[in-house]
Design a protein around this ligand. Structure first.
Ligand code: NAD
Length: 425
């Protein structure tokens, strides 16, 4: 974690700084970047934002991308979040802090509170960095929001083989804190006490909607938007973790917490604003993934209905399908190839009818591969238009690459020219 998070941030920081100079100096593309400024309140009727510094910003169109905040232990009646060795992971400052605390905890004990994404990904990074890990969470198995007990048991066994300990079905009740303000032990509701050199807390998030409460319609904890990512006030769009949008494929409003949904909803909102006549309804196929140790999984769709597991759970490649109302609605795959992941995405987006669960289990991954191959040979029109589908993504790769090369070359040329000018000033 420390190496990964820090090195990726460090490697992009000089580049980001350069771009920020570029944007500021040139007002490039008409973007004015206002940093270090907190919006204190919003007046939706007057179309204004008030900053903490007392400035008023007017807008014609507003895109809300306020994301979410990490839930604090205090919200569950436990105090001690501000202890110097209790870590959350939501922003860059959190990442830097966690990396620092890890460095001083090598060879010691970490308690990870929560068995979701943060818990699982941090636990893996902690043991890789030679810290003993105990995970504590209230459910019967890890990643309870998504994994079946069978899938969870594979990952828990794998983690156990790496030295991670699991304490399930309980939560923490208090911390023992020493005279320096450091947590030295975690007390659990089941009465056990875990010595700790550091604690990582990943117990979920809450969308940052407070600026708009009472002014916009909220749903599923987020800002309710339509298929154009437009809120109950037509001048305001919402994207990412904070947006509750109509998930066309399943005919219901959902708020999704994932980077892929954030990127694609943002892209769609911009398209709806810039090219309203050419932009249809957001048609997104939910996509989640994680990579830990040598493992890597992807999930598409919905984990609703009956589950069919497939593949070799004692090996490296296995998965599951979810079938609801006679149709495939969700697919999970661990250890797949790029083609196999694309196949489960494609098959899930097509929602093929499933009559025989036993036959689906027998065909396993072969089913998704066959369905996607068939679709490539005779693509149904409904899929071609999907803004979320991998097909569209693939077609954009050359453009992304070309745009990336042009941007990098422009930034490099600008940096060279800017550096020379600065020396002359
Ligand atoms: P999460 O919702 O994935 O998991 C929360 C976990 O905390 C669950 O296991 C839950 O049972 C447990 N929990 C809740 N209350 C608890 C308590 N009092 N004591 C102990 N455990 C408790 O949330 P997260 O792991 O905190 O992740 C935060 C956000 O970051 C999520 O939106 C997640 O999707 C996102 N994220 C995603 C990825 C990824 O997509 N690979 C990686 C990291 C984070």
């Amino acid at each position: 974690m420390s190496t990964l998070v820090k090195s990726s941030y460090l490697s992009i920081m000089p580049f980001l700084n350069l771009i920020i100079h570029f944007l500021k100096w040139h007002n490039f593309l008409g973007i004015e970047l206002v940093l270090g400024t907190r919006v204190k309140s919003a007046d939706v009727r007057r179309q204004t934002l008030l900053t903490a510094a007392g400035e008023t910003i007017s807008y014609k169109i507003l895109i809300v991308a306020t994301g979410a905040r990490a839930l604090k232990l205090e919200e569950f009646g436990v105090s001690g979040s501000d202890a110097e060795n209790v870590c959350y992971l939501r922003d860059l400052a959190d990442a830097n802090r966690i990396a620092d605390v890890m460095q001083s905890s090598v060879g010691g004990n970490a308690v990870v509170i929560g068995g979701g994404y943060i818990g699982m990904e941090c636990a893996a990074s902690l043991v890789i960095n030679k810290i003993n890990v105990t995970m504590v969470f209230p459910e019967a198995h890890c990643m309870a929001r998504l994994f079946t007990p069978k899938i969870a048991s594979y990952y828990e066994d794998y983690y156990t083989s790496k030295g991670v300990k699991f304490i399930k079905g309980t939560v923490l009740s208090s911390f023992d804190i020493d005279s320096n303000g450091k947590v030295v032990a975690v007390n659990l509701r089941d009465g056990s006490r875990l010595p700790a050199d550091m604690v990582v807390v990943g117990i979920g998030i809450r969308p940052n909607t407070s600026l708009f409460e009472g002014q916009l319609t909220l749903e599923k904890g987020g800002i309710k938007v339509n298929g154009r990512l437009q809120s109950s006030n037509s001048s305001i769009y919402a994207v990412g973790d904070v947006a509750a949008f109509p998930l066309k494929i399943f005919g219901e409003i959902r708020r999704l917490e994932h980077v892929d949904s954030a990127r694609k909803s943002a892209r769609h909102a911009v398209s709806a604003i810039m090219e309203p006549d050419k932009t249809g309804e957001f048609n997104y196929l939910p996509f989640f993934y994680s990579r830990v140790f040598a493992l890597s999984w992807q999930f598409y769709g919905d984990n609703a209905g009956e589950v069919v597991h497939y593949g070799d759970f004692s090996g490296n490649t296995f998965g599951a399908y979810w079938v609801s109302k006679g149709h495939l609605v969700g697919s999970f795959l661990e250890g797949g190839t790029k083609e196999e992941y694309e196949a489960i995405a494609k098959a899930t987006s097509l929602k093929p009818a499933i009559e025989d669960l036993a036959e689906l289990e027998r065909q396993g991954l072969g089913f998704a591969l066959a369905v996607s191959r068939e679709a490539v040979q005779s693509p149904p029109p409904a899929v071609v238009n999907q803004s979320s589908g991998l097909v569209l993504e693939k077609a954009l790769y050359p453009w992304h690459a070309t745009a990336g090369v042009i941007l990098a070359a422009s930034v490099a040329a600008f940096a060279y020219w800017y550096g020379r000018r600065r020396r002359r000033w």
